[in-house]
Write a protein that binds this ligand. Structure first.
Ligand SMILES: Nc1nc2c(ncn2[C@@H]2O[C@H](COP(=O)(O)OP(=O)(O)O)[C@@H](O)[C@H]2O)c(=O)[nH]1
Ligand SMILES: [Mg+2]
Length: 412
């Protein structure tokens, strides 16, 4: 097993043990039920984690392949593929060491203006429909070149509606639509060709493109649709990035992750390698765990039930380590907790936590309230972010933990 598999296995063991420990815990039934709901929530984030699935609408040249590469920060898709039909209509899995992304390129339905492609329009439609039956997209991305938002997109909009309708019919799922204005670097003034493109005229032109697309999308689906402008252009020299004018990909990812079901958030955050995105998901996880201790409320947790909390916090830390995608030694999570001097962690680390959870021997005086546990959870979450995602030193991490703990305590 490699580190990542090991890490996943540990999370699996931990969560299973927490369920078992919870069943045996001497906490009121109502509180138990609340904890179980939160635990299911946590499980959806971690154990059930899977690649995100996006259906993409956008004609040839809109920048679909480039966007995929921009998300990975690696060359995964062929740019300007001449064999335009390759992969269209079928789910395609893009994979890097950091994770996978599943894309359904629906191109072909809207491009009937090309006589060569017109003949297969019916086939393309059937293919997309059968792909949707196979797997439900989490969201639809509608891509339009910044310079073309005012033209040539009516057929694409019709295609978008068709796609949305099919998803609704097959899965009874109202798929979120995200409009993406691509290639904003191409808007004038072209001399401003590097991010953050903060020339007033350029920004005006970007805003105008957003507005045009927003209006068209709203009219088409009779609902407001979020539109995000991006530049996705990168050049690669073998595996190295030789040129990079990506802009706003982080914002797009942040927004996408918000729209995704819990299961699809972790893998996308990890593969993006974008720290701000990873932090956001880590904090969402922290909140989920804090929700569990919050469910316990102010009532003291009896000693025998403490490992539930330790187990949850350890799960959180292991998950944040996983999101960060850092190549970490097996012991990192253990070292991390130990170095923080997290009292409850002593002797209850990872696998050990898992094993001991079920046969815990009460320790005199080990009673804490849910409120204190919640404070500790938030502080631990920030500390884990600082260590695993931001790569800070253990000394800095300790400071973060102490400051966070004191601050959260005041908020209680
Ligand atoms: N300037 C610029 N060019 C881009 C950008 N994204 C894609 N392109 C170029 O547009 C062309 C088509 O891009 P591609 O990703 O293959 O589009 P697809 O057909 O939708 O997959 C290629 O020449 C890309 O290099 C961008 O953000 N800025
Ligand atoms: Mg392409």
């Amino acid at each position: 097993m490699n580190n990542e598999q090991e890490n996943k296995k540990q999370i699996e063991d931990l969560i299973k043990s927490i369920y078992e420990a919870l069943a045996k815990a001497k906490i009121p039934g109502k509180v138990k039920d609340k904890i179980r709901v939160e635990l299911d929530h946590l499980k959806s984030f971690t154990l059930d984690a899977r690649p995100a699935r996006f259906a993409i609408v956008g004609r040839r040249g809109a920048g679909k392949s480039s966007l995929i590469n921009a998300i990975f920060g690696e060359k995964r898709a062929e740019i300007g593929d001449v064999k335009a039909r390759t992969g269209a209509g079928k789910w395609h899995r893009y994979q890097s060491d950091a994770g996978a992304l599943e894309i359904l390129d629906t191109r072909g339905l809207g491009e009937a203006d090309d006589p060569e492609e017109a003949f297969s329009k019916g086939t393309a439609l059937e293919e997309v429909q059968s792909s949707i039956k196979e797997k439900c997209p989490d969201a639809i991305l509608f891509l339009s070149k910044a310079k073309e938002v005012s033209a040539r997109i009516d057929e694409d909009l019709a295609q978008l509606l068709e796609l949305k309708k099919t998803i609704q019919e097959v899965h009874e799922f109202d798929a979120p639509i995200i409009g993406v204005v691509t290639q904003v670097d191409e808007l004038s003034p072209k001399s401003v060709d590097k991010p953050p493109f903060d020339h007033p005229v350029k920004q005006e032109n970007i805003q105008e493109a957003i507005q045009v697309l927003e209006t068209k999308l709203r009219e088409a689906v009779s609902n407001p649709v979020k539109v995000i402008p991006v530049s996705a252009y990168m050049e690669f020299d073998n595996d190295d990035i030789a040129y990079d004018i990506r802009w706003n990909i982080d914002r797009l990812l942040d927004y996408l992750i918000e729209q995704l079901p819990n299961e699809a958030q972790m893998v996308l955050a990890k593969l993006s390698k974008i720290k701000s995105v990873q932090k956001k998901v880590a904090r969402r996880l922290g909140k989920s765990i804090a929700g569990i201790t919050g469910a316990i409320g102010a009532s003291p947790i009896p000693g025998p039930d403490l490992p539930i909390i330790t187990g949850l916090q350890t799960t959180m830390i292991a998950s944040i380590a996983l999101i960060s995608g850092q190549k970490l030694g097996k012991k990192s999570v253990i070292e991390f907790m130990g170095a923080l001097g997290v009292n409850v962690a002593t002797g209850f680390v990872l696998r050990q936590v898992a094993r001991q959870l079920v046969k815990f021997i009460p320790v005199a005086g080990s009673v804490i309230s849910g409120a204190i546990a919640t404070t500790g959870t938030y502080a631990l979450c920030e500390a884990a972010i600082a260590y695993f995602i931001e790569g800070k030193s253990m000394k800095q991490v300790k400071e973060t933990y102490d400051t966070e703990f004191e601050e959260k305590k005041k908020e209680q």
